[in-house]
Design a protein around this ligand. Structure first.
Ligand code: 13P
Ligand code: SF4
Length: 367
């Protein structure tokens, strides 16, 4: 876990529960305080947030859209209803007079936690020693501020699920080898789509001696994928796609690129959360979609487009439990603290980390 995460814990107030407010009372007070705060607050909500939270979002979107909105927002308080790395990114993109608030500091991302500094440095050194190729590090935005800073300091860039291909194309203009953090699936799926063979990619597993790779394997590889994954998207399988195709042959299977290679290959379409939304929105009335992504988004799509048959690809609950930690009571505690001008759960990335990370973020925004 990040140091700054631990440090911020001192400010972490209990959720609003001392008065045993009913759920309705919490929602009513949230509406009232949101009105009272007016332009002082901008609430950003990721597509995976529950409806109870999304109703308070001024902007909802995927990771890229929310990062861009954070950069443009003028409000004094940016409340990020998402996970920790998103709030960190927003803090880096906002001014020093603005505060970014994460309603629950425990809303992390298990994938982001899979890439820690010590392993990253070892992997970098080992790769550099294995060959004289120029290695370009690229990280998916779902990672710690420290990893973003490392990538920024080593000539690399950040990507999201909606611009991964463009960023990787850019990386191959800068060097011969790509080191992709932390989601092996997004890296593999995107590189394969660009024509890189599976035999040109290796997986570096920080839990194994020397990443589980020989010097020869590292030397030969064009793409080195970090062994990270999203536990929510790993829940989707190619077998589920076969079942859907047998039961409902006219159904379009649409998945997020954090799903495994087999799933993305078997699906009809793959793309970011916004891409999924746009495809479903544009489809004709009566069409059917099996969706391989987080359940809150799937349920919302089904409600939003009742003329279409929209359901989860998986029969199991694919809930991002850390996203779900942002609950109305926590949001209310944040709103109350802002009204009192004593904001809690403020995410503050150290200046030196921000400076290095911004190099990688700005490269992404320029690509
Ligand atoms: P996007 O919204 O960018 O597609 O990302 C999905 C995700 O897993 C965020 O954590
Ligand atoms: Fe992280 Fe997966 Fe949750 Fe996205 S869905 S925040 S990648 S754990």
């Amino acid at each position: 876990m990040l140091d700054l995460f631990k440090e911020s814990k001192g400010d972490h107030l209990l959720p609003v529960r001392e008065e045993e407010l009913s759920d309705q009372a919490v929602i009513a007070e949230l509406h009232q305080l949101k009105k009272e705060l007016g332009d002082r607050v901008c609430v950003l909500g990721h597509h995976y947030q529950s409806n109870e939270i999304i109703q308070f979002a001024d902007i909802r979107g995927d990771s890229l859209a929310l990062a861009k909105h954070a950069a443009e927002a003028e409000a004094e308080y940016i409340v990020f209803c998402g996970v920790h790395f998103m709030a960190e990114t927003a803090d880096m993109l906002t001014g020093p007079e603005q505060s970014v608030i994460l309603p629950d500091l425990n809303a992390g991302c298990s994938m982001a936690d899979m890439a820690q500094s010590e392993g990253i440095l070892k992997c970098w050194q080992q790769t550099a020693e294995a060959s004289s190729d120029t290695v370009v590090p690229i990280t998916y935005i779902n990672c710690s501020a420290e990893l973003k800073a490392f990538v920024g300091d080593h000539g690399g860039a950040i990507c999201t699920s909606s611009n991964a291909r463009k960023v990787i194309e850019w990386a191959f203009e800068q060097g011969q080898k790509l080191l992709f953090f932390p989601d092996q699936h997004l890296g593999r799926n995107t590189c394969f789509e660009m024509g890189v063979g599976l035999d040109e990619m290796v997986v570096y597993d920080p839990n194994q001696y020397q990443g589980g790779l020989t010097t020869e394997e590292l030397k030969k590889a064009k793409v080195i994928l970090w062994y990270g994954y999203c536990s929510v998207h790993q829940g989707f399988t190619a077998e589920q796609i076969d079942n859907v195709k047998q039961e409902k042959p006219n159904t379009t299977v649409i998945v997020h690129p954090e799903c495994s290679f087999e799933v993305v290959q078997a699906a009809d379409l793959a793309g970011s959360t916004s891409y999924i939304l746009e495809q479903i929105e544009a489809a004709a009335s009566g069409s059917s979609f099996a969706v391989g992504t987080e359940i809150n988004l799937v349920n919302r799509l089904a409600e939003q487009f009742p003329d279409k048959d929209i359901f989860s690809l998986s029969p199991y609950q694919c809930l991002c439990t850390t996203m779900y930690r942002v609950r109305p009571r926590w949001l209310l505690a944040s709103f109350r603290s802002m009204v009192q001008n004593k904001p809690i759960n403020v995410i503050k990335v150290p200046d030196s980390t921000t400076e290095s990370s911004l190099k990688a973020l700005e490269r992404m925004l320029a690509i």
